[in-house]
Design a binder for this molecule. Structure first.
Ligand code: AMP
Ligand code: GLY
Length: 422
């Protein structure tokens, strides 16, 4: 079967790489892809929002499955459009993708079904939000309702920071329409953990847990990014807590979506906080694979990813076997200077061939330069993945390989997965 993957980041590189190992997969297309994805798929120059062109291409090539990577086309209803053209698509429809597309929707859903999450209020009126904020204890969390490239959340430790975040979102509209509604919520202390799951309505097949590092600098300093590095498994978190999170949060949420007439089919990604007493609570839901969570989870998948996608689309997820390796994986993101703010593009990258011999490299923001060499083309440039018997080995492998790669302005955190080894 031929497949079309939509997206062009590190997540999509990991998805294409994993699909390319499937016995059932023939040709893999990726729109628009990137220079690394081109090593495992044929890149097609169509943007993720060009739904009509994507549908026409998929029909012309008679692909057996379309897989959608990023959040924004999902929230805009790409799955409904492609399905309407008779295509088989892995990903949630618009009404289910709203679990990520609107934080207010997500919070109301969890509240209605009594699923653990931080206490919250939502506002469309700036004065009302200001008044409420004044009365809240610090720290306090302020979130733009809609999508904001992972940057729409401020955890404020001072009144000034909180007020500025609210003003930026509701008045200056730094996130555009995404800030027309805000959620102000209780600060949750604890350890963060992500659980991604294959879901086909009520059936939830969780993947091994992973942990992301959102702030750009070591020791969780600096502004939040899309994610600077990940690791899986989480040896310092009890299996019983992970199981509790699945049973009290992920499964009930999938059920709730069915009850609401919005069955979720695709990857449901729960961002969780584990309180010091071991209780998991929901921080967020995403309607797609995480980036860079995918880069550490899929290398641990022993089963055929295409078979799982097809089973999910056909509602057969309960019937298949999904096997995971015991190996640990660590992903270190190499980013451009200035990210998550503005950054230069087109910097030549050296050491890729050598590093590629040593381990997995997933390209996030790369392109082919005019001379055919690979250059930087995004804020997050590469995800360097190390595998090993445990986190320490995987981490050493990832950093050794990250050091083989250089480009002007390269920045990376040096403490990815360090928490797991304390
Ligand atoms: P989100 O985009 O919703 O994942 O939020 C980004 C980051 O902000 C999360 O990964 C957490 O580190 C932090 N965060 C979000 N909500 C809360 C909360 N209620 N309490 C503490 N930290 C939070
Ligand atoms: N790494 C976090 C995300 O994909 O949302």
């Amino acid at each position: 079967m031929d497949i079309l993957v939509i997206g062009g980041g590190g997540r999509e590189h990991a998805i294409c790489w994993s699909l390319s190992k499937s016995a059932k997969a023939d040709k893999i297309y990726c729109a628009p892809g990137n220079a690394g994805i081109a090593q495992v798929a044929e890149c097609v120059p169509i943007g993720v929002f060009e739904f009509d062109k994507l549908a026409a291409f998929a029909k012309e090539q008679e692909v057996g499955l379309v897989v959608v990577g990023p959040d924004d086309p999902l929230a805009a209803g790409i799955v409904d459009v492609l399905e309407g053209e008779g295509l088989k698509v892995f990903g949630p429809r618009k009404n289910a993708a709203e679990i990520e597309g609107s934080k207010a929707f997500m919070k109301d859903l969890l509240h209605k079904y009594d699923i653990p999450t931080a206490a919250y209020r939502k506002f469309t009126d700036y004065a009302a939000a200001q008044a409420y904020l004044k009365a809240q204890p610090l720290p306090i969390v302020i979130k733009a309702d809609g999508l904001a490239a992972g940057k729409g959340v401020t955890v404020a430790y001072s009144r000034e920071e909180a007020e500025k975040a609210l003003e930026d979102m509701m008045v200056s509209r730094v996130f555009g329409e995404s800030g027309s509604q805000v959620v102000i919520e209780e600060f949750l202390a604890g350890q963060e953990m992500s659980i991604l799951a294959f879901v086909d309505g009520e059936t939830v097949r969780p993947m091994p847990a992973a942990q992301d590092h959102k702030p750009v600098f070591d020791d969780d300093k600096g502004p939040n990014t899309g994610g600077m590095g990940t690791y899986s498994p989480l040896p310092h978190i009890d299996d019983a807590i992970i199981q509790k999170a699945i049973e009290t949060i992920v499964e009930p949420t999938a059920k709730a979506m069915v009850s609401e007439g919005r069955p979720f089919r695709g990857i449901l990604f729960a961002g969780l906080m584990i309180s010091p007493d071991g209780t998991p609570k929901t921080v967020e839901f995403n309607a797609r694979f995480g980036d860079p969570e995918t880069q550490v989870v899929l290398p641990r998948l022993k089963s055929d990813l295409l078979e799982i996608f097809l089973a999910a689309v056909d509602g057969r997820l309960a019937d298949i076997e999904i096997e995971w390796s015991d190996e640990a994986a660590v992903c270190v993101v190499l980013a451009s200077q200035g990210y998550p703010g503005s950054y230069p593009k087109g910097m030549p990258i050296s050491g890729l061939a050598e590093a590629g011999q040593e381990g997995l490299i997933f390209h996030a923001g790369t392109a082919l330069g005019s001379d055919g060499s690979i250059v930087t083309n995004g804020g997050r440039v590469l995800g360097v993945v190390g595998l090993g018997a445990g986190i320490a080995e995987a981490r050493n492998a990832a950093y050794a390989n990250a050091n083989r790669i250089s480009f002007d302005g390269k920045q990376n955190r040096t403490d990815i997965a360090a928490k797991a080894l304390q």
